[in-house]
Design a protein around this ligand. Structure first.
Ligand code: FAD
Length: 392
């Protein structure tokens, strides 16, 4: 049986639900097709269950894309303040964490329920457990085949996200289908993802597993200061995830474990005043004890006054410019986002419409637009969903 709609949205994630809401408000008959048994699984999982739904400081610099200008139009027309108003209208309590990141006070469910109420209010049909398998363009419109039947619509919105966290049902279907329709696919990979370490590093780090501390991580393109976390497999924490957006496989990550001062200068003054103190005790005043032990290594029990110039220079390099060569990343299994995706080259930055096929739109993470950690990926989903919703 063939069913009809004005607008078909494929994917009931953040971007798809937002787009459906806006199109529904315009009186369009909208159906959302979702392969999973529940909508918005990534919303539910996000922000440790509290959904970091946007950021107070949304600037284009917080997004990566081969075309860094692409995101500007949509982000400036549906801003973080617009989404905050919507959240507040629904009486959802929220708070700011570090760096302008906004989280729900209670649960990510509040955000998902808000979107579900909004789409229900405007008569959007939501079909779960309905996987799109093939799409073709016919005279009567877009013909979408699913494992639950066939739909036909004038407008088709691809909001299928990226393949990170396959256990949630995430796929790269939208990216691959877009490519088959002539859109360029910018190489994509897992990002906002923890690093894995080579066995040599891992052996040294074993006692550190679970320890978190502030540090500066740098790769050639960027540096970031904040918390990193030693895991039993490598390095995680917000700053390790942030830098993964800029890291190229094979590249060394330089780590400054003592980002707020110069070790050499501080050692010079400390050896005058506390020359009898052991290196490890001295380092332990500013660093977690286990990290101090590991960084000091075989120098740990030497007194500050007894360290020679060569030893201090060696220590300084280890503390301020530790060269970490990741084995790789944890991959899509735990990645928060997919970096890369369908090129924005043939997409309108105002409407998200394909320049190659009429009535076709791409929104959210399926496109080559990736945000920093901190609520930016959801803001992109809301803004791009709104942009398409206004015209589909
Ligand atoms: P998605 O939300 O992934 O939705 C795509 C939907 O399409 C899915 O429901 C999928 O099942 C469906 N689909 C795929 N293929 C098909 C098909 N063939 N047929 C039918 N349906 C299909 N971002 C933030 O800004 N803040 C956070 O706090 C945050 N935390 C995160 C935590 C985790 C663990 C993860 C994984 C991500 C997090 N993100 C966060 C990133 C954010 O969740 C995504 O960037 C965002 O959900 C992308 O929205 P989207 O609508 O484009 O795709």
């Amino acid at each position: 049986r063939q069913q009809a709609a004005d607008v078909l949205v494929i994917g009931a994630g953040a971007a798809g639900l937002m787009c459906a809401r806006v199109a529904g408000q315009r009186g369009r008959r909208v159906t959302v097709l979702e392969r999973a048994n529940k909508p918005g699984k990534k919303i539910l999982m996000s922000g440790g269950g509290r959904c970091n739904f946007t950021n107070l400081d949304v600037q284009p610099e917080h997004f990566l894309s081969r075309n860094p200008h692409f995101c500007k139009s949509a982000l400036s027309r549906y801003t973080q303040w617009d989404f905050i108003s919507l959240v507040s209208e629904h009486g959802i309590a929220w708070h700011e964490k570090a760096d302008g990141q906004l989280f729900c006070d209670h649960s990510s469910k509040d955000i998902l329920n808000m979107l579900l109420q909004e789409i229900e209010a405007v008569g959007v049909q939501l079909r779960l457990r309905t996987e799109v398998t093939a799409v073709s363009r016919k005279e009567e419109g877009w013909v979408v085949q699913t494992d639950q039947g066939i739909w036909v619509a004038e407008s088709l919105v691809i909001a299928t996200g990226g393949p990170s966290i396959p256990t949630l049902g995430a796929t790269d279907w939208g990216m691959r289908w877009g490519e088959s329709m002539g859109h360029e696919l910018v190489t994509y990979r897992a990002s906002l993802v923890p690093y894995t370490a080579h066995p040599e590093d891992r052996a040294g780090w074993a006692p550190l597993s679970g320890v978190s501390l502030p540090a500066t991580l740098s790769v050639s393109a960027r540096d970031w200061t904040g918390d990193v976390l030693f895991t039993h497999r490598g390095l995680s924490g917000p700053v390790a995830l942030q830098i993964s957006n800029y890291w190229q496989p094979g590249e060394t990550v330089f780590i400054n474990w003592w980002p707020h001062g110069d070790l050499l200068a501080q050692w010079h003054s400390a050896r005058q005043q506390q020359g009898r103190q052991t290196l490890v005790n001295w380092l332990g005043q500013d660093l977690p004890r286990r990290v101090a032990d590991w960084l000091a290594g075989d120098l740990g029990q030497l007194r500050l006054a007894d360290l020679d110039g060569e030893q201090v220079t060696r220590l300084r390099t280890r503390v301020h410019a530790y060269a970490f060569q990741p084995a790789g990343t944890e991959g899509y299994r735990t990645a928060e986002v997919t970096l890369g995706g369908l090129s924005t080259d043939d997409i309108s930055s105002r409407t998200m419409a394909s320049g190659l096929h009429s009535g076709l739109y791409f929104i959210g993470e399926v496109l080559d637009v990736t945000g920093h950690l901190g609520g930016y990926n959801f803001q992109w989903a809301w803004s791009s969903g709104q942009a398409a919703g206004e015209v589909v």
